[in-house]
Design a binder for this molecule. Structure first.
Ligand code: ZN
Length: 85
């Protein structure tokens, strides 16, 4: 699957056991809103999250991209275990 923003390959996520559980990327809204648009981890962190903070939170673009860096530094996608959602 290709990233709709940088044309790179969307990142695959693996469980600690090495099983791939997610390869669908991220929702790129509000940067792109096409039905099939998905973006990679890098674009999500550097483009989409800052854009959301600016759109939804009314932040200055510069402050938003700094905050996004902090958020992504702590971000580790976790596989869902057990009870469904
Ligand atoms: Zn990308």
């Amino acid at each position: 699957m290709k990233c709709c923003l940088c044309d790179g390959e969307v990142d695959k996520h693996y469980t600690p056991e090495g099983e791939m559980y997610w390869d669908k990327g991220h929702n790129p809204a509000p940067v792109k809103t096409g039905e099939d648009d998905r973006c990679c981890d890098t674009c999500n962190a550097t483009v989409v999250i800052p854009a959301r903070l600016v759109h939804a939170g009314g932040m200055e673009p510069e402050a938003a991209s700094k905050l996004a860096e902090v958020i992504m530094a702590d971000y580790r996608p976790e596989p869902q275990e057990g009870e469904g959602e």
